[in-house]
Write a protein that binds this ligand. Structure first.
Ligand code: MLT
Ligand code: ZN
Length: 461
């Protein structure tokens, strides 16, 4: 199982000729970081890791692989959480981090061209230096890349206000399965000249094309922030606050929820101490940002919410980061306690509280001893159900959770994608007709099935 699958010598030579010796990696130590995902739940051997340095090189690699019928797994920062960025069956891993060109910001249109390998943190800093904001923001910002976040249509903490990655896309450059390049990077806000390929590729998880660059829309900077951490009785109370402040507070950026078990875990694995002396049933992190200081408005709006039991406000950056740590350190703290099953689900706000109240006992009944930890983007109806305990290939808890989600009108993925992890359950929340249409698109663009095989539809599909 752990043998490195061998590539035909002529194919290997062709890949070396394209990317250069140094960027075709089969040394086990050097390849290792490309072969295991961030959670350690998914891993496999690549036949080889290829790191092209330009769009033309990506096209040439794809052309070689296409002609030889060799499957390819694209990889950006390898922060994906559904097993879609690491090899499963000896594929070629296409590492895209060398595509890290970042253009000057066009301040008239507030747009920028970024290579697929640019990290989100670098893009954010670049925008900030020009007095603008790249509003897609997520805890993995230092590693996650432009290409990966487009391929997964990444969401993050500010979807409530700015939408997911696809809302930033003005244009795309991508390589198709046969090595041809499609490019529409002119930055036109209005362009109804046929199918919108950028939007088709966003969220396609590397199954339709390899994104090599994008034209991205930035927004006005919001330099003044106000952050509040609240303790409330339960999810229902948190939702009542959400309903009230979403209309009364302009400039609302983020509303995140988490629970005491998660905070305990964060405190165990970081230097944080519990924020409130008596742990509340549910924590709510609320953030506003604007061109003027939004603190007073936020404080006043929350004063009108009888559900608030405890509160801590932060207006300076260091304190705000401390409050965010309780939320953002969930992922790494959970990982430190085991290999989690990560179920990123979304629910209508009308059934979210019922889901939260039911899911823990359902999981415990399905797998005795399993530990579910919940947190997420409450404003988007998006909860991350992380389950510790079941072996990496034990899907009993996953099955129970995803069926519960479907029965309550939700979706089995809000922002992480389907990947390998959830392919067997796609039918729960996408209809037969939906899946048939998606398969038809996949077949048309990748008839040989070489782009990220197994992802979304499963291996036997
Ligand atoms: C988050 O919201 O922190 C990310 O989706 C990562 C995770 O779910 O662990
Ligand atoms: Zn998330």
């Amino acid at each position: 199982v752990n043998e490195r699958p061998r590539l035909d010598a002529a194919v290997l030579a062709a890949l070396r000729a394209v990317a250069g010796e140094a960027h075709v990696i089969d040394d086990p130590e050097l390849a290792a970081s490309y072969e295991t995902d961030w959670t350690r739940r998914f891993s496999g051997r690549a036949s080889v890791v290829v790191r092209p340095g330009s769009t033309a090189e990506v096209a040439a690699v794809l052309s070689v692989c296409h002609d030889a019928g060799i499957p390819v797994v694209p990889q950006g920062g390898n922060t994906g959480l559904v097993g879609a960025s690491v090899p499963r069956r000896g594929e070629v891993v296409l590492g895209l981090t060398r595509l890290d060109g970042l253009g000057d910001i066009d301040t008239v249109s507030a747009q920028v061209t970024a290579g697929a390998g640019v990290t989100i943190a670098r893009l954010q800093d670049h925008a900030t230096a020009a007095g603008l904001l790249y509003p897609v923001d997520l805890a993995s910002r230092e590693s996650a890349t432009v290409g990966g976040t487009i391929a997964t249509n990444a969401g993050g903490i500010r979807v409530l206000r700015y939408g997911p990655t696809r809302a930033r896309l003005v244009g795309i450059e991508a390589v198709l399965a046969d090595g041809s390049i499609v490019s529409r990077m002119g930055g036109l806000t209005k362009d109804n000249s046929g199918y919108e390929l950028a939007q088709l590729f966003a969220g396609s998880e590397g199954t339709l094309a390899i994104v090599t660059a994008a034209r991205l829309q930035l927004v006005r900077a919001t330099p003044h922030r106000a952050t509040a951490l609240l303790g409330v009785a339960d999810t229902e109370a948190a939702l009542a606050i959400l309903q009230r402040i979403r209309h009364s507070v302009t400039d609302l950026d983020a509303i995140e929820a988490f629970y005491h078990d998660g905070v305990e875990m964060v405190c165990r694995h970081t230097s944080a101490t519990p924020p409130f002396a008596t742990p509340p049933g549910c924590y709510l992190l609320v953030e506003c940002a604007g061109r003027e200081d939004p603190s007073e408005r936020l404080v006043n709006a929350l004063a009108e919410c009888p559900e608030v039991i405890e509160s801590a406000f932060a207006t300076d950056r260091a304190q705000q980061q401390q409050l965010w740590r309780y939320r953002e350190a969930h992922t790494e703290s959970i990982n430190a306690e085991g290999i989690p099953h990560k179920l990123d689900v979304t629910l209508p706000l009308t059934t979210l509280a019922e889901f939260e109240a039911t899911v823990r006992e359902r999981v415990a009944a399905a797998v005795p001893g399993a530990r579910p930890i919940l947190f997420g983007h409450l404003g988007d109806g998006n909860l991350h159900v992380n389950i510790l305990g079941p072996a990496p290939d034990d899907d009993r808890a996953t099955d129970v959770v995803l069926r519960l989600v479907a029965s309550l009108g939700g979706s089995i993925s809000a922002e992480h994608g389907i990947g390998i992890a959830k392919a067997p359950w796609l039918h729960l929340t996408r209809s037969e007709a939906d899946i048939a249409a998606m398969r038809a698109i996949k077949r048309a663009l990748d008839p040989g099935g070489i782009l990220n095989p197994g992802v979304i539809f499963g291996h036997d599909a």
